[in-house]
Design a binder for this molecule. Structure first.
Ligand code: G3H
Ligand code: 13P
Ligand code: ZN
Length: 284
């Protein structure tokens, strides 16, 4: 049984200079791919479900799949709500048994973001559940938010100090120029900003929109205090490519397992690659 809170995993990662991979899952095969890859590499891992995932599969199914994977895993697994914007839904995840939640008040004015985040911390911490919050706005596809990359606001380092002190969060998602989904052209990340945030904020920092980043950029972010790296797009694309290849190899295939099995393997290969890149292999 290896269902654990995220905060201790992330604190250790920041201390030791690596990052825990946080991968989005929407179905059983993705859950198995993520936890299977982590087990093969002896790495801690975070299984995360977006609001879209909860809508697609239902909280009950998502939780049952994630809990089973975590309980039977030989490595520590945290089960996390990704970009929670709805207070009631965050409460439902806490009641289900999630060990970590992200409260995303990034579209709110600062005072309201602080108030919402603090309210979640006050409820989650006595239950042993970790809380991630977002300050600034990360560009690209976001649940229920469409933020054009150029309009996204980057995290202000001094505001970050204030935010962390006022809310008591365990991890902070920072906006330094990453965007969800695909990059059009080379992403330009604000390294001095990340450096300054990391110097002022002694918490694990979270990098969203990490698919498609050059490997060296990911390593650089980890060197500068990022301890949780979120990946969705790269894994979902590998899954779909695996699925398409299986169908192409035999268009008459009518057994879903013969299509979903290869898709699961393709997703797992990408998760393995990312965990190695993050330096988390052998840390579980
Ligand atoms: O940050 C967003 C995640 O990639 C989730 O995407 O809402 O399509 O599940 P989704
Ligand atoms: P990508 O889809 O760009 O990897 O972003 C994932 C993410 O940030 C989930 O919160
Ligand atoms: Zn995100």
């Amino acid at each position: 049984m290896a269902l654990v809170a995220a905060a201790p995993l992330l604190r250790q990662a920041r201390r030791e200079g690596y990052a825990v991979g946080a991968f989005n899952a929407n179905n059983m095969e993705l859950v198995q791919a993520i936890v299977g890859a982590a087990e093969e590499l002896g790495a801690p891992v975070i299984l995360q479900a977006s609001q879209g995932a909860l809508r697609y599969a239902g909280l009950g199914y998502v939780w049952a799949l994630a809990r089973e994977a975590a309980w039977s895993a030989r490595v520590p697994v945290a089960v996390h709500l990704d970009h929670g914007t709805d207070f009631a839904q965050i409460l439902r995840c806490l009641r289900a048994g999630f060990t970590s939640v992200m409260v995303d008040g990034s579209s709110l004015p600062l005072a309201q973001n602080i108030a919402l985040t603090r309210r979640v911390v006050e409820i989650a911490h006595p239950l042993g559940v970790s809380v991630e919050a977002e300050l600034g706005r990360i560009g690209g596809r976001e649940d229920e938010l469409a933020v054009a990359a150029r309009e996204a606001f980057l995290t202000d380092p001094d505001e970050a100090v204030f935010f962390v002190r006022e809310t008591g969060v365990d991890a902070l998602a920072v906006a330094i120029g990453t965007a969800h989904g695909h990059y059009h052209g080379e992403p330009r990340l604000d390294w001095p900003r990340l450096e300054r945030i990391a110097r002022l904020v002694d918490l694990p920092l979270v990098l969203h929109g990490s698919s498609g980043l050059p490997e060296e950029a990911v390593r650089e972010a980890i060197r500068r205090g990022v301890a949780k790296v979120n990946i969705d797009t790269d894994v979902r694309e590998a899954f779909v490519r695996g699925l398409a290849a299986a169908l192409e190899a035999d268009p008459a295939e009518s057994d879903p397992r013969k299509i979903l099995g290869p898709a699961r393997e393709a997703a797992k290969a990408v998760v393995r690659e990312k965990i190695r890149l993050f330096g988390a292999a052998g840390k579980g």
